[in-house]
Design a protein around this ligand. Structure first.
Ligand SMILES: [Zn+2]
Length: 169
């Protein structure tokens, strides 16, 4: 099988400073997911990950620094809370890693015109054995996300670190 993702160097990780003690440490999840499902994808720059704001309409993002030396994955801050199933976090990180593998948010040449062209991310996750995890994630997000979001907001974001709280209006 021709494979554009052949391993030419083992993944290396530079953890965000001192997030190893955080509940659901994002760098530990990233490392585990990369080794388990994306081991053939070389890590060609520094990849950082952190929880970002509790966005209402976005679970994660990946962007590349202008000098291409750092890819930065941000994960919706709510995904660190115990009431959110951790397959949401796993699917979100795997989704961003699929973008990385496809050359979006990474120094690799882009394989497609658009990061979500023709459901390439979904197909990538299925191909890598994450189809059931993604299915559970989508089902939960469709049925629970907005209610969970509103519940957390109404309670003034219990358990959410200050940097992840959306500005109050
Ligand atoms: Zn995406």
């Amino acid at each position: 099988m021709p494979d554009l993702l052949l391993l030419d160097s083992p993944p290396t990780f530079i953890a965000a400073p001192s997030d190893a003690d955080v509940f659901r440490s994002p760098s530990r999840y990233l490392e585990g997911i990369w080794h388990t499902y994306f081991a053939d994808v070389p890590c060609v720059n520094q990849v950082n990950i952190a929880y970002g704001q509790a966005w209402k309409n976005r679970l994660g993002s990946i962007r590349l620094s202008p000098d291409t030396t750092i890819s930065f994955i941000k994960v919706n801050g709510l995904l660190q809370l115990p009431q959110i199933p951790d397959y949401i976090l796993i699917t979100t990180i795997a989704h961003e890693l699929a973008h990385y593998a496809h050359g979006f948010g990474s120094p690799r040449p882009p394989l497609y015109q658009h990061p979500h062209a023709n459901r390439v991310v979904e197909l990538e996750l299925k191909r890598r054995g994450l189809g059931e995890t993604m299915r559970m994630c989508n089902e939960w997000v469709d049925s629970q996300w907005f209610a969970s979001y509103e519940e957390a907001r109404a309670a003034d974001w219990p358990g959410l670190p200050a940097i992840c709280r959306p500005p109050s209006h």
